[in-house]
Design a protein. Structure first.
Length: 215
């Protein structure tokens, strides 16, 4: 499995860390393919017999998903759903040609799921945002009142508070897991501009990138 996925570079970590933006920049500069775990999870994996956690989540109302559970339950449910869907991610990647390097990115690329697939720790990088940076990104994306999030929900305020607390606990778990597994995890606080952030990715993935950029 490690040999079959040696052409895959993984970018995981918490929501609002800039994974998708940086993946696109890296892919554009080096002509890499992109695999977005969230996109495939939302559009394809639901029809491919997901596990019980993912199926139960899909059947819930927005309030049942985000407002009703306590925060520890939200964390465990997120880990369970992403772990189930990760098996489908691996199936997808194994089916793709190995002639082109792939950047696989998304919060579902959890370090304990990714680690067994790595030929080298330099194939993976995990990003976790500070609470201040996550709030800034979320405000820019959805507005200060988050009116664009949780369509159809009743208790939006509780859902927002729950998700913020969930993401903080997930960040801590990801950081701790990376330390245990010997994987690189970087804290994102907005102090680096896009060029410097891209340089961080290039430094991590250097031995797996083409020698000449696609420019």
């Amino acid at each position: 499995m490690r040999a079959q996925l040696a052409h895959v570079l993984w970018i995981g970590g918490g929501p609002q860390a800039g994974k998708t933006t940086l993946s696109r920049l890296l892919a554009g500069k080096y002509d890499l393919a992109i695999y977005n775990l969230d996109w495939h999870g939302a559009r394809e994996h639901g029809s491919r017999a997901p596990g019980p956690a993912a199926a139960a989540f899909a059947a819930m109302t927005m309030d049942q998903r985000w407002a009703a559970p306590d925060v520890p339950h939200l964390v465990e449910r997120a880990v369970a759903v992403w772990s189930e869907l990760f098996a489908l991610v691996v199936e997808d990647l194994l089916a793709r040609p190995r002639s082109r390097t792939i950047v696989a990115e998304g919060p579902g690329a959890l370090p304990w799921c990714v680690a067994p697939l790595l030929s080298s720790p330099r194939q993976a990088l995990f990003l976790t945002p500070t609470s201040e940076w996550r709030e800034k990104v979320a405000t820019r994306r959805w507005g200060a009142d988050r009116s664009g999030t949780f369509p159809g929900i009743v208790d939006r305020a509780r859902a927002l508070a729950n998700v913020k607390a969930r993401d903080a606990l997930l960040d801590a778990r990801i950081t701790s897991s990376c330390a245990e597994l010997g994987l690189r995890c970087e804290r994102v606080d907005g102090s680096l501009d896009l060029d410097d952030s891209l340089a961080l990715l290039e430094d991590q993935f250097r031995e797996h990138l083409p020698a000449t950029p696609n420019v």
